[in-house]
Write a protein that binds this ligand. Sequence first.
Ligand code: 13P
Length: 256
Amino acid sequence: MKKMLIAGNWKMNMTPSESINLVQSIIDGTKDKKISCDILVCPPFTSIDSVSRTVKGTNILYGAQNCHFESKGAYTGEISIPMLKELGCKYIIIGHSERRTYFFENDELINKKVKAVLGAGINLILCIGETLREREENRTFEVLKRQIEIGLNRVQPEQCIQIVIAYEPVWAIGTGISAEPEQIQEVHSFIKTELVRVLGKRASSIIVLYGGSVTDENAKSILELEDVHGGLIGGASLKTDIFLSIVDTAISILEK
Ligand code: 13P
């Protein structure tokens, strides 16, 4: 049976009190439904504690958007994995394109974080994706191959169950221009093949999410693709009605 994860990446939005309101509205909107997909929210660090208290006793999962690879030390302004683990985070997003672009995270640094997250027993959402220029130069597959090979270097095959990949074409993030379903299916199929090549056959169970301008309007055409197992939703995850509508779409696809 198909598994599906609908994850909200709230990015640098929502104060702690705003976060409580947002997650409470997601709880209210899902509590009377049979939810067959996983729902995850990734608020900013400062809201994780408030969100954790609000979702207690519900099926809503929560996670973080980044972490440092060291467990403690003199790294002013950074947040470690044990700190997130103690708050109950089930997932950590690593290698988002905004971190790669604005904070100069390269594949080697991302690999350090990947190994630290997996070593701590936390689930990982590793983001990969090409820029517009790389796509126009026909380098999409070369870039994704490099991001997978280096990002997952020295990951153990038994850690595959902790890994989720998010394919987020950089040109589709926050632009309102999602990739076309054919482009998404083609890339997801390639990613799945690469994962098995790099990590062995256990990697065939790794789910691949799509992210980049997912809305309630295009969710069906994306989520019903064979190799798409959910979405990493940015802007639309901040609007309860739209986020819940995407969740409903995932549920109706799973019920087919
Ligand atoms: P948007 O959904 O706003 O395009 O953002 C996608 C994203 O970056 C999720 O991580």
